[in-house]
Write a protein that binds this ligand. Sequence first.
Ligand SMILES: NC(=O)c1ccc[n+]([C@@H]2O[C@H](COP(=O)([O-])OP(=O)(O)OC[C@H]3O[C@@H](n4cnc5c(N)ncnc54)[C@H](OP(=O)(O)O)[C@@H]3O)[C@@H](O)[C@H]2O)c1
Length: 245
Amino acid sequence: MPQRAAIVTGASSGIGLALAHLLGQEGHALTIAARRPEKLDSARAELEEAGCDVVAVAADLGDEDAIRRVVATHRERHDRLDVLVNNAGVGIGEPIGELTTRKLDIQLATNLRSLPIFYRECLDLLERAGADDRNALVVNTASVAGKHGEAWLSVYSATKAGVIAFTQSMNAELHDRGIKSTALCPAFVDTPMTDFIKDRLPAEAMIQVSDVVESVRFLLRTTPGCVVPEIVFTGPGGALGVQSA
Ligand SMILES: NC(=O)c1ccc[n+]([C@@H]2O[C@H](COP(=O)([O-])OP(=O)(O)OC[C@H]3O[C@@H](n4cnc5c(N)ncnc54)[C@H](OP(=O)(O)O)[C@@H]3O)[C@@H](O)[C@H]2O)c1
């Protein structure tokens, strides 16, 4: 059994891949998950190249059975869980009058519904880590769009507001088991997800993935008595999102 272990979802790209690298460097054996097998496999190869012990599970996390498969694979391979990163997410812009029910459901299922299912499926493993050092950690990637509703990204904003509230609930419910949760709430980060707006907001003017990585490095070093419920990252002058780009 490894000393420490972590699950990172949405780890084939952007923030999730960078957090997987961080957790690997910090001594965690990893299980990574995302939908597209080829992208996930190249992330796995990259992490192995960097010296990580990693298993990859291609899974659509909008599907409950797929979540169970990710957790079962992790349990079989690593049998402990110190850090869970619920990071997989998708943002689909649509004006409300043209809302597509399928796109509504994809965002609800991936960005929000998957989180309670992950907590439930991982709870015994997190409880064991919490009993060891009172410092099991769950990082939920929300968004500044969850703090401030965005036009055209209303469903995305609603799911991310849900992530923030759910994270608060988990801190209220699980603190006595040594399990701490943090919602990360960034404005635009330079990842493939923001390619659509890079003609209006240059990549170098955005928050960098390294900023998010450093915030999680900090969370890993907090003592058991310190809970960080959320971290909000804005652009200069408090710039938030699409409207301010
Ligand atoms: N970039 C930003 O400006 C920004 C700002 C605030 C919050 N966020 C949040 O940060 C998180 C990571 O985004 P990113 O910017 O790093 O974007 P990204 O580079 O597009 O990465 C998204 C990751 O999620 C995976 N994913 C998407 N839908 C999935 C599903 N149904 N099941 C499993 N995996 C799925 C993707 O792989 P597959 O597509 O192959 O599944 C990919 O690995 C998201 O939750 C996003 O909402 C991003």
